[in-house]
Write a protein that binds this ligand. Sequence first.
Ligand SMILES: Nc1ncnc2c1ncn2[C@@H]1O[C@H](COP(=O)(O)OP(=O)(O)O)[C@@H](O)[C@H]1O
Ligand SMILES: [Mg+2]
Length: 260
Amino acid sequence: MAQGNSVLEVKNLTHVYTDSRSHVETEVIDNVSLSFQEGKFVCVLGPSGCGKTTMLNIIAGFIRPTSGSVVFEGKEVKSPSPERAMVFQDYALFPWLTVSGNIQFGLMMKNTPAKVREAKVTEYLEMMGMKGFEHKYPFELSGGMKQRVGLARALAVEPKMLLLDEPFGSLDAQTRRTMQRELFRIMAQAKKTSIFVTHSIDEALFLSDRLIVMSARPTRVLIDIELKSAKPRQRSDKEYSEVYEKVDKVITAEVSKSIE
Ligand SMILES: Nc1ncnc2c1ncn2[C@@H]1O[C@H](COP(=O)(O)OP(=O)(O)O)[C@@H](O)[C@H]1O
Ligand SMILES: [Mg+2]
């Protein structure tokens, strides 16, 4: 999909985990090449255990790939950077810091002055609809609120790119739908280049500009399509139901392969 400004290139990415004791090798990613365009919200779907988190961790710079490379704005990724902020499934908030402390964390790493940090906390809490929660601790928050703080913390460093690893996976169905709508609203405002991993086809169709479906392990790209219909989308849209059916068929086939 060569169009628009490419922010990130995944080139012939292959990853093999080697068990340190048994030396057993597990091939997880098989020669994946992808290009991500500026401002696009891309959803990645695939059966559980196929290698989505591994790929995101490599893109973030937490893991070095066995072979191939990730190039971000023309430079090879070799370590994590605040330019590529991650939102995790299990919230990963610091329990000993308040909401405000959590949101400021990345900014403190960047030596941002206190006044600016406080202004950012106010700005992003407002964006998340959580004004007044500055001094609460993570244990005082619901799952949906924790994930809003995770998102605020990632956005506050003003990254070039947002990596979201099944951020709504731990939420109940109702909260998940609310968060999808919230994320849609926030992304329309923030317009970040994003890679969003999810196992919900519905969620992907609701949110994405482009949808990538990965195979069972070792993972490859099976489907890579741009969604053209205007957002917000409805289940009753023609494109929505057509793509849903196609993706559902492919994923069901992959899941049964990985169970066999
Ligand atoms: N650190 C690791 N060491 C060895 N195997 C791993 C490690 N992390 C993940 N795996 C294995 O790699 C495969 C892909 O995992 P993961 O990337 O988490 O998949 P997904 O996010 O698609 O569910 C799984 O079989 C998992 O057990
Ligand atoms: Mg995962």
